[in-house]
Write a protein that binds this ligand. Sequence first.
Ligand SMILES: [Fe+2]
Length: 295
Amino acid sequence: MAIQLADFPEVTKAPPRAKTYKGVQVLRHDPCGVEILNIDLAQPMADGTFRAVMDIWHQGLVICFRNQDLTAEDQLRFGRRVGELSVIHTPEFTGEDPSIMYISNVKKNGEFVHALPIGEMMFHIDQCYQPRPAKATILYAMKIPKTGGNTLFCDLQRAYDTLDEETKARIAGRRVMHVYDYDAGATHTAAAVADDAPRYVHPLVRTHPVTERKCLYVNRLMTREVVGMDKAESDALLARLFDHMENPEFVYEHRWRLGDLLMWDNRCTAHARRDFDPEQERVMRRLTVLGEAPA
Ligand SMILES: [Fe+2]
């Protein structure tokens, strides 16, 4: 039976802790998620400030620049500074640049014209079914519904660290197959995936190339099997890992405000989207930054 995100309890935690790091004012959430309060991404950013932002990102896994007013070019400039932008594999959804994708429920002539228009979306890792998945996703809120549509972020470092030693030994060196079938299972696990759906095998546990922390690298939406393991055993192990990582203790729930620019690290987080009123417009402009092959 498909697991519904609606059953996932709303995550509310202690208020974030205010800090200043190398001149950058931040509010730090638990276990991940950092709001950055005093940077305008439409303005030039000094190299030292950019390095501080990247440090905050690597420590906080998800960063949110509040109150931004950004053109596509402003967003592209910041994204290119983070790294090489990925070209979108669904050209029908691209925007001003081949690396810009719009996620929205806007309709033209009664039809949705952008990607992933409505509804909740199960936990996943962007592009994990590709040889070089995105390291960063940069999402800018242009229109948001009055309620709903929160994004949940799971800290996959914490999820790995809290596994028992027996499970850590059992998954060490294992590899998993990730598949994404946009037609059959764009937002929830497909019962069966098409033979030609994009897929790739990556390590079940990966090491973050910057922080060198180990991260669980699986997700309920896209991870189909542990390679070389009997199907029943693989299904049971994956189900247990999904349940473990989706513990609300490891999750930060982002409540969007207009003008938020979020950047999350897909190497060490999984994310999910809550449902929202399909009659209220929700428009997000997305970039992804190419990562390294997981190892
Ligand atoms: Fe995503």
